[in-house]
Every structure is written in C-alpha cells, then in structure tokens.
Ligand binder design. Structure first.
Ligand code: UGA
Length: 431
C-alpha cells in the first residue's frame, strides 16, 4: 500500500518482496489483499512507469536513494515484536548499497530499532547511510483515503538531509497543508505505539462503559454521543463493539506493554486495556448464551460478519474467532457469512464445524438467533421481514449497535444490543 501510495504522489517506486508468488501476482495486476481502490492505484502507476515489483533485493538497494522497510514484525511469545525481518533487510542494505542511502522504518518497530539499524550500518562502515522513522497510520479498509489525506506525517530523523529527502517524497501533501511532525527517531517510534494504544484505550473505555450501562440502565450510544461532542474527547473510536482486533491494536498494545516493562516504566493503563479487551471478547459469548436463555446447546446460531472490521478480509485477532469457538464449545450449530473473509476464516477455524453460506438470509435460515459481529454496510439495511420469515425465532443480537432497537422490535423481533438493557428502548419511545 505504501509503495502504491508513494508512486501515486509522483515518486518512482520499486516494491521488493522475497515471495515470488506475491510479486508475480502483482506484476500480473492481481492484488493479493482486499483493500478497496488499491487495484486502481496500482494499475495507474504501473501504467505510468512509476511503480514496479521485483524480488531482486540487491539491485533495488543499489539504485535507491531512499528505502522504506515495511516488512512484518510478528509478535514473539512474550508479546515483544520480532525484529529479525527488519534487521535482516538492514543487513542487506549495508551489504549492497552504493552511494547515499536513507533507510526508513515504516513497519511498527519498538523504540530503539532505529539505533539498531544505525549500528548495523556503522559496523559495515556505511557513513553515507542515514536512518529515519516514518510510521504508518493507515487503517485497513480505508488505507487509500488515509494515505492521501493523513492527519499528519511523522518524520523521525538524525540529520537535516534526511528530513529534506522525506519531505520531498511527501511533496504532494504540502498542497493540502498536512502537518509534518519532525522529531528524533525514538520519539517517532513512540508516537506510533502511543497513538495505537491510545485509540485502543478509547475502544476499551467505551466497551467498559457499555458493560456498566447495561447494569445501570443507561444507553452507551447516548453516553458516547454526549462524551464525543466534547472537543477534548472527540466522537471517533467511541463505538462499543465486540472488542478490538486486527493486525495492529492487539499486537501493538502488547508490544508497548513489553517495551515499557523492559524499560522499567510499566505502562499500567495499556496493561489494563489489553485485559479489558480479553474480557470484552468473552463477554460477547455470554451475551449470546444469555440471549438464548442460558444455553446454546443444539441452538442454530447465524453469524453475520467474520473479519475484524468491515471492508477487509483480515481475520487476524478478529473477535469473531473467540465468539465462534465459545458458541461451538457450548454446543451451538453455526452458519456464518462474510462478504470477503470466509477463506481466511476457514484457515483460522481449521476443523471446527462452521457452515459457511452465501448471504445473510441463508445465515438466518431456521436460526434461533442471528448475531451481527462485523458492521459491513450490507448488514445495515437487511430486509428484516424476509430475515425473520426464515428464522425459527426472531432474535437479533447486534454486537455493533447498527440497528435501532425500536425499528427492529416493530418487525416482531427481540433484539439484544450492546450497552443498553433489552426493552429499555420501549420506555424511551414512550417518552
Ligand atoms: C489501526 C489504526 O487505526 C491505524 O491508524 C494504524 O495505522 C493501524 O492500526 C496500524 O497500526 O497499521 P486498523 O487496525 O486497520 O488501524 O483498524 P481500526 O479502524 O483502527 O480498528 C481496530 C479495531 O478497533 C477493530 O477491531 C474495530 O472494530 C475496533 N473499533 C474501532 C471499535 O470497536 N470501535 C471503534 O470505535 C473503533
């Protein structure tokens, strides 16, 4: 995505990967992930000769003025980030570079990684190499919009030259007056983790408000709205849900907790946010079980949405997985549908017996309950008459609060949603 975005800004970009299959697919115009609009951008820039794909790392290193390291940093067992791929690329750069080269980390890397790369380059006597950090703030599903209209660009650098090279690369954003935060490398590295951890904190915070609201008879949607209208708080990332997932928040919060423990400055809020998210995920299983009268044994449960959020096929750490496992363990029979993530879901769920079907109405067929897990747009305007007519019982469990309970009840459904008591909406309607 970064390569495609940077070429769209007018830069000449070569994307390198050791995975030959991935590269030949990209060369053939096939995009190996589901990201809306990415295929168009790739096609346009390949056509203009600004974007190419290769597996030839040495040659790409020799000809590049700036190299972004965007390889994976998978979690180690203790939650810390595995840096072997990042440092491996740095070794290759040290070996093959010719002429001044700026080495930039794009991957989310622990504080201190820039220094490690510096020492690899120093050991190889590469005095004409500089190091910089330029963290990524893209969201899956809206990566292109985020890339083209970022709230800010963060540049962590060790010298003025590097800052200028990076500003030049992002020249296209100057017209939009995008703020540039220029700082040291450790600060840039920490900005990335602290931002993701703060957003995860907002999500966990509202999820705890939701649990409390159910006990005290408040409505989390109203509470979030009332809080979010305060400019100091802001309305975004205050949507209660089944817990945050994906390839970033879970991994980055755990890595930050580990970095902080290592540094002797334990990050207690983040430790709690991680625990709360686990609790939220198991609460979702209880919610569905309770909605079905205390047991799901032999109950037919339909699941709408599997990916960790809409507009992606990504199943990594998706809250749908513990939910499905919990319901299957309780003896439920599951039918599930997702517009994009079914193949990835099959891989993760391995031999668990879930029946994957073609659409929401198939999911509902003979179901005792239908559960909305991911808020894909196509689930927002279901024909409730049609859905209800094929269900055994008209019970909707809305784990993303996308439906107005009053409307759903009018269609003869029972609805259980997050952060409000079942039935309270009737009182509200009478007011
Ligand atoms: C996140 C950040 O938002 C990006 O800025 C960052 O660049 C990216 O991680 C990364 O580090 O690469 P992403 O993981 O794509 O992006 O997804 P988000 O939209 O942030 O959602 C994360 C999770 O939080 C999802 O499971 C989502 O359903 C959940 N969420 C989000 C809520 O439950 N409620 C909300 O109000 C917002």
């Amino acid at each position: 995505m970064t390569g495609a975005g940077l070429s769209d800004f007018g830069n000449e970009v070569t994307c390198v990967d050791i995975d030959e299959e991935k590269i030949s697919k990209l060369e053939a115009g096939e995009v190996p992930i589901y990201e809306p609009g990415l295929d168009t951008i790739i096609e346009r820039n390949v056509e203009h000769g600004r974007l190419r794909f290769t597996t030839d790392l040495p040659d790409s290193i020799r000809t590049a003025r700036a190299i972004f390291i965007a390889v994976g940093t998978p979690p180690n067992e203790d939650g810390s980030a595995d840096l072997s791929h990042v440092l491996g690329v740095a070794e290759s750069i040290a070996e093959h570079m010719e002429g001044p080269t700026l080495v930039i980390t794009k991957s989310t890397v622990p504080v201190g990684t820039g220094a490690k790369i510096r020492s690899i380059l120093d050991k190889a006597g590469r005095t004409d190499a500089s190091v910089a950090s330029n963290p990524e703030f893209l969201r899956e599903g809206s990566a292109i919009e985020d890339f083209q209209h970022p709230d800010r660009v963060v540049i962590g650098a060790e010298d003025e030259d590097s800052i200028q090279v990076l500003k030049q690369i992002y020249q296209a954003l100057h017209a939009l007056e995008t703020p540039f935060v220029v700082t040291s490398i450790p600060s840039a590295e920490l900005i990335k983790y602290a931002s993701n951890a703060f957003l995860a904190t907002k999500v966990s915070f509202i999820n705890e408000v939701a649990a409390l609201a159910e006990e005290v008879g408040a409505d989390v949607q109203d509470v979030a709205k009332g809080m979010g209208l305060d400019n100091r708080i802001g309305p975004r990332f205050l949507q209660a849900g089944p817990g945050y997932g994906g390839s970033c928040f879970p991994k980055d919060t755990r890595a930050l907790a580990e970095i902080a423990r290592d540094a002797g400055a334990p990050f207690e809020i983040v430790e709690t946010v991680i625990r709360v998210n686990e609790k939220v995920k198991s609460r979702m299983v209880e919610k569905v079980v309770d909605a079905l009268g205390g047991s799901v044994a032999d109950k037919k449960v339909g699941i709408l949405g599997l990916s960790f959020k809409p507009d992606t096929d990504d199943m990594r750490e998706s809250p749908s997985v513990p939910l499905l496992r919990g319901l299957l363990d309780g003896g439920a029979q599951i039918r599930a549908y997702d517009p994009e993530a079914v193949e990835n879901a099959k891989e993760i769920l391995e031999n668990r017996s879930v029946e994957f079907v073609e659409d929401a109405y198939d999911v509902a067929s003979h179901a005792d309950a239908v559960v909305i897990v991911t808020e894909w747009n196509e689930f927002r305007a279901l024909d409730l008459e049609r859905l209800g007519s094929v269900m055994k019982d008209r019970l909707l469990v809305d784990l993303r609060n996308i439906y107005d309970p009053v409307q759903v009840r009018r269609k003869g459904f029972r609805i259980v949603s997050l952060g409000r008591r079942e039935g309270d909406e009737l009182r509200r309607e009478r007011r």
